[in-house]
Design a binder for this molecule. Structure first.
Ligand SMILES: Cc1cc2nc3c(=O)[nH]c(=O)nc-3n(C[C@H](O)[C@H](O)[C@H](O)COP(=O)(O)OP(=O)(O)OC[C@H]3O[C@@H](n4cnc5c(N)ncnc54)[C@H](O)[C@@H]3O)c2cc1C
Length: 318
């Protein structure tokens, strides 16, 4: 079978690897110039900074088994534990995505704008047309629904219920310092911060950057309020930062704006299959009923990708 995976974030990459390992011909189609999605690391001068997921947590044995393979491959390492072990990319979180994508056929810089059902299967249209027997759609749910609504595809009333899932945005300020400042044991400050700030991560002390670059993660409410005021937002982040850490010598500053950072409400199943088409939706918002955390995160995206691929395989075997 030929299977198309829209999106090269962790859920798409995990699903694609599973499907390929079962002997299917799989292609990942990613709109950005690199895989990773919200596993994101940006080069800044001589250094780099994570500006999506800071770490991931491991809460069960099955996930831990796979994570230990990533540890052996040198792409992730244990970071902290409270109470569950947390892991970070040894050279940034995006490197994990690049590692997972290594054995896969990935089309980069290719945004899918139409999903069509044909007699033979599904056609995905971007700058070219791609024919598949089945499709996995892993974009953040509001983006996935936008794509399906704009497509020549019939959605049932049940399918349309997915439109009600809302994600909040996130602003991450990236501030390169001329001198390092102490930022806790793991380079992470996440207690007693100004209300607008979720956490401050020092990428130098995290061990992924040659120079001190701080990633300042702002709350969803604050990011929503400042969403259309990017230039003022970075100045405000700098002001809040100096309020917390004192006057700082800033070498450069920039902002990452995530439109869809985190779901406000989770879908209580690990994937969704469209009622009338061989299209599976998955990603971090789709949680297993026995999910031990209840939050959308790298771990939930991993499980969603794996479970969606498993269900697709079961369907093909029938
Ligand atoms: C600021 C921030 C901080 C976070 N911190 C943490 C953390 O500390 N710990 C944690 O566990 N989680 C964290 N998360 C959440 C975590 O990053 C996500 O849950 C996880 O990476 C989501 O993976 P995914 O595969 O579901 O989606 P994504 O990573 O969003 O992947 C979807 C992919 O689909 C692509 N795509 C979308 N539309 C199309 C299209 N039409 N055609 C082709 N490609 C398309 C996108 O470009 C993207 O690459 C954070 C997220 C953000 C934004």
């Amino acid at each position: 079978m030929k299977i198309g995976v829209i999106g090269g974030g962790i859920s798409g990459l995990i699903a694609a690897r599973k499907l390929q390992s079962e002997g299917h011909e799989v292609e990942v189609i990613e709109k950005s110039r690199s895989v990773g999605g919200r596993l994101a690391t940006r080069r800044i001068g001589e250094g780099q900074a994570d500006h999506g997921a800071v770490y991931f947590t491991v809460r069960d044995e099955a996930f831990d088994l796979e994570v230990q393979e990533w540890v052996l491959a040198g792409v992730v390492k244990k970071w902290a534990a409270d109470p569950h072990p947390k892991y970070i990319g040894t050279n940034g979180m995006n490197k994990l995505a690049k590692f997972l994508a290594e054995p896969l056929h990935v089309h980069l810089n290719e945004k899918i704008v139409n999903v069509t059902a044909t007699e033979e299967g599904m056609t995905l249209t971007g700058s070219a047309c791609y024919e598949y027997d089945a499709v996995l759609l892993t974009a953040p749910l509001p983006q996935a629904m936008e794509l399906l609504e704009a497509s020549d595809i019939l959605l049932t009333e049940e399918d349309k219920k997915l439109q009600s899932y809302i994600f909040e945005p996130a602003f991450v300020g990236l501030i390169e310092l001329a001198h390092n400042v102490p930022t806790g044991e793991y380079g992470l400050l996440d207690q007693n911060l100004p209300d607008e700030v979720l956490k401050i991560v020092n990428n130098f002390e995290k061990g992924i950057s040659k120079n001190p670059i701080l990633s300042i993660y702002m709350t969803g409410d604050w990011s929503e309020k400042w969403y259309e005021r990017e230039n003022e937002a970075i100045a405000e982040i700098e002001r809040l930062l100096s309020q917390e850490l004192g006057e700082l010598k800033v070498a450069s500053k920039q902002l990452k704006r995530w439109r869809y950072a985190q779901a406000k409400q989770v879908f209580e199943a690990p994937f969704y299959k469209l009622s009338d088409q061989p299209v599976w939706l998955c990603g971090d918002v789709f949680l297993r009923p026995d999910d031990p955390s209840g939050n959308t995160r790298v771990e939930s995206a991993y499980w969603s990708g794996l479970k969606a691929a498993g269900n697709l395989l079961d369907n093909l075997r029938r």
